[in-house]
Write a protein that binds this ligand. Sequence first.
Ligand SMILES: Cc1cc2nc3c(=O)[nH]c(=O)nc-3n(C[C@H](O)[C@H](O)[C@H](O)COP(=O)(O)O)c2cc1C
Length: 178
Amino acid sequence: MTQHKSEVNPIWACRGFPAFPVALVGVGNAKDNSDCNVMTVVLVHMFSFDPPVIGIGVSPCRYTYDLLNKYEDFTINIPGKELVEETLFCGQKCGREVNKFEECGFTLVPGKKVGAPVIDECLVNLECRKKQVLDVGDHFWFLGDVVHAESVDGEIREKALLYWGGEFRLIGNCIRKR
Ligand SMILES: Cc1cc2nc3c(=O)[nH]c(=O)nc-3n(C[C@H](O)[C@H](O)[C@H](O)COP(=O)(O)O)c2cc1C
């Protein structure tokens, strides 16, 4: 059955995406506690499985953008629903003005293989070494080799926070397996 469609603004059309995973990015050097910051991103995606490469889209107006350029590594941390308030906070406050680690009560620890801070309170911690930066428009994509990863036991997908269009969600029902 053909459905009637009208031309719409592409940005508006993209609002039709149901939701994406949301992540907390850790930057700076946690080994000597310099420039450590954490920022919320919904623009996060896997770019390669082998080798594992993951990317984050960051606007150049973010403080985190400056830090991602300054340092050679960063972490991507997947929060569960119990961190929804902290995730919103880290997406609304600027690290130039507030210490988001302190405000959120996050433990400041470096990664096992990188100097950037991991957020231990998250379900998954991915330690990334900067590989490539793509200038694609109003966000730059920072791609990193995942050099170390840690995860809690069990099914992460059921617990990981999703976000789009102003709404935080959890995953819905699986309706078919491949
Ligand atoms: C749920 C959510 C998702 C966000 N996703 C992104 C994103 O993918 N890229 C981006 O540049 N900013 C994103 N932001 C906005 C930044 O997280 C926000 O501007 C933050 O305060 C920047 O922190 P900083 O100044 O410490 O770097 C998002 C905000 C929220 C609340």
